[in-house]
Ligand binder design. Sequence first.
Ligand SMILES: CC(C)(COP(=O)(O)OP(=O)(O)OC[C@H]1O[C@@H](n2cnc3c(N)ncnc32)[C@H](O)[C@@H]1OP(=O)(O)O)[C@@H](O)C(=O)NCCC(=O)NCCS
Length: 154
Amino acid sequence: MLTPSPLPAPTLIQLTPEHAGACLELDRAALGGIWSLAQWQRELEEQARPCLGLCQGLDLLAMACGWLVVDELHITLVAVAREHRRRGLGRRILEELMQTGFRRGATRATLEVAARNGPGKGLYEALGFRTAGIRHGYYRNGEDALIQWVNLNR
Ligand SMILES: CC(C)(COP(=O)(O)OP(=O)(O)OC[C@H]1O[C@@H](n2cnc3c(N)ncnc32)[C@H](O)[C@@H]1OP(=O)(O)O)[C@@H](O)C(=O)NCCC(=O)NCCS
């Protein structure tokens, strides 16, 4: 009997305004909808805001976005579709975004993560991010935000 062939590895793409609908869908499913469609369209057309995706066929499985501010990469969003988590996609897409930032002149990267976001904190710690400060009650639900940084010139 033939064994089914494994699915091909997801393909890395640069997300552009034509992907705004897919980004909105993944944003809603993974993060409860941080940005509106209009915000996604603006985000994806700005040169200083690199946004990468991992796709399988037409499906967007993971995405990571950042904002280049002189020599800093501000990571604004990382999300993986629920059914594809714990397969290394979060790590891969974030590493790719950090490399993109480094190639474009960033020497460090920063982000904010909710103090109770175990998976997010686990991913960022695995990639070397360390907490440098806390914004108390930063999120709408009153949760604290941890401000984290990592050097990119390693
Ligand atoms: C956070 C998130 C992006 C992780 O994506 P993922 O593809 O599941 O992560 P990976 O499989 O690449 O995991 C890489 C490392 O992160 C850590 N990690 C990932 N998920 C974790 C979890 N549930 N608990 C603890 N650590 C976790 C581990 O160190 C893991 O390495 P390991 O698998 O060798 O143990 C995903 O859970 C997600 O989309 N969550 C909702 C959105 C979100 O919270 N985004 C971050 C804040 S903006």
